[in-house]
Design a protein around this ligand. Sequence first.
Ligand SMILES: [Ca+2]
Length: 488
Amino acid sequence: MMSSTMTRRQLMGTGAAGLCAWALGGRLAAARDRKRPNVLLITTDQQRVDAMSAVGNKWVKTPHMDSLGANGVYFMNSYCPYPLCSPSRSSLHTSRMPHEIGVDHNSVSIDPKIPLSGQVFREAGYDTGYAGKWHCPNPYPSDGIAGYEVLNTTTRPGKLAQVVDEATMNAAVAFLRRKRDKPFLTVVSFINPHDICLPAGAASPLLDELWKRYQPPAGTELPPLPANFGSTEGLPEGFNRGPKHDGWDENQWRKYTYAYYRMMEDVDKQIGQVLQALRETGQEDNTLVIFTSDHGEGLGSHRWTGKMMYYQEEVAVPLIVSWKGVTPAGRIDREHLVSALDVLPTICDYAGVRGPAIMRGKSLRPIIEKPQQPGHEYIVSEMANGPARSFMLRTKQYKYMVFPTANGGKQEMFFDMQADPGEMKNLVAQPALATEVERHRKLLADWNKLTEEADHPIQPNPQGQAGKGKKNKAKNKAQKNRAKQKNQ
Ligand SMILES: [Ca+2]
């Protein structure tokens, strides 16, 4: 069992950049060099990359999230490493792919040999606090999180996300207001807009309460259906990720979207309270704020709701790096490919903290300071929801997806993201693109070799989706329904 301080130090290695002084000029920089920055990592749950008014979405008003974008860089080509809660969060806090750390499904623990963000920063002398949802394994960390002081252990069942998020907000604000003589790393992990899973999922006693809060008033103009509301042309034979909710009419889809944006506005107000506490305590100028989400939401694109798919709407997430007066103000970066794997290297870099020896992401600081630099050639996301893992590999122009079939075969998709950003035409069989498709297969093989994917078989799913026989199937269905009503 490797859990001693010495072991963590060994694991951290010596390769990370960031011990040098910050590249700033003048007296302000000198003052900052003497005082390491705080880090505030704010996450929402199930927020798609375009669900913010800062990037031109006129159906939602998110002034507080927008304010982070106004002081920093908003990455639009930003991906989660697995479009599901626990695996994505695990990667966010370790900079390792989910398969490397044993988190192939929801509600499992991260391999304790892998250092978490809190351990890394606590080791470096930071005061580390975690407020809100965790889910690795428990939705709320009643049994603690390695390296963090757990700031609230609210239980979820029977409450709307908005109510639970209020407790998270209060816990975070109290932590920010504490007097301390060292810098902090605070994670504030909200649930909304995850409550959109309620109207899309199994019957729940919370539905009445939800619609009481999010029902559009009579005469409200509802958001339109998305341009890519429909099926992709050329789906692989037998592909089982087709449209959902065949029985919904247009009004239901639009009402669903309306409710989602109101959930966004609820969580935005709570984020505003956290940011206000930062300002009121005089810490804004010395705090790096990162904002992101664990995965996106279909919201009708491809007639899909929820996550667990590699279309942009599910796999792309907002990522904002914001440090008032330090990061470029109000830049929207649509060029660079970035990943949640980059978050830990980035905060280590800005804070001058030595990161773990192995991190699969890279600090975003170089492309923030010099945007002409190329950044990643490609980004990978994965899922373990079949006989083997499926993968997505995104390059600047293309997106490749590969899904395993039950008989050992594979189903592939290939999209030209510049000509077809809605991913409506699968080009994998186009002879003219054969070389490009092969190049993407090779890049994926290289990545999986680097991350030793073959040495990490898929772990059992604690929610029992791999059960055998009718009895287990029924049990699994019940478990899945329960899981839907809880947090994913
Ligand atoms: Ca989630």
